[in-house]
Design a binder for this molecule. Structure first.
Ligand code: ADP
Length: 187
């Protein structure tokens, strides 16, 4: 099962991706987590992307695509995966398509979590991960970047007919039940 979990910052992608990963036993690939890990460990990649994440802007398509394509080569992704935070731009979506097509492969399902904007801001401000991009000003930038660059990705996948919209309001378990209903149809 190859999934994309999509939605604005604060929609709960990371939380739900973890639950899907443990329930269906497929790995969770979060580009944001990979970047934060590299920043924390002061790797070359971390040094390159730190100021970009701090500003709430997007890392270049070239960097992200190379990272994901490289990561997906590992055996652990052979039986499926959940992509979280990628693709986030149309060029990234096209690059992923090309990569998968070259291996005669494709994404099975694109789940988009819908949550109203006011709720997103409340959720981000109340989470306690201490992320440097979780401040009111950075959240504003991230939501703008989302609507300008990332939301078009939803239409790109709608045209492929693999999008399922999930109501992202309610408890973590209620939302996970909605996701399971969709995933159980395809697994
Ligand atoms: P959120 O969805 O809550 O904003 P993420 O953990 O997915 O958080 O991403 C955090 C940051 O990492 C983004 O604001 C961006 O700077 C960078 N990032 C993550 N994924 C991508 C991507 N696919 N393309 C470009 N930048 C990315």
């Amino acid at each position: 099962m190859k999934l994309i979990l999509f939605g604005p910052p604060g929609a709960g992608k990371g939380t739900q991706a973890k639950k899907i990963s443990s329930h269906y036993d497929i790995p969770h690939l979060s580009t944001g987590n990979i970047f934060r890990y590299n920043i924390k460990n002061q790797t070359e990649l971390g040094k390159k992307v730190k100021s970009i994440l701090d500003a709430g802007e997007l890392v270049s398509d070239e960097t992200v695509v190379a990272l994901v394509v490289d990561e997906l080569q590992h055996d652990k992704y052979d039986n499926g995966y959940i992509l979280d935070g990628f693709p986030r731009t149309i060029p990234q979506a096209k690059a992923l398509d090309e990569h998968l097509a070259s291996q005669d492969d494709s994404i099975d399902l694109f789940l988009t979590l819908s949550v109203p904007q006011e709720e997103l801001i409340d959720r981000i401000l109340s989470r306690e991960e201490g992320r440097s991009d979780d401040t009111p000003e950075k959240i504003k930038t991230r939501l703008e970047v989302y609507s300008n660059e990332t939301e078009p990705v939803l239409n790109y996948y709608k045209k492929k007919g693999i999008v399922k919209e999930i109501n992202g309001m309610g408890s973590i378990d209620e939302i996970f039940e909605r996701i399971k209903t969709e995933l159980d149809k395809i697994s």
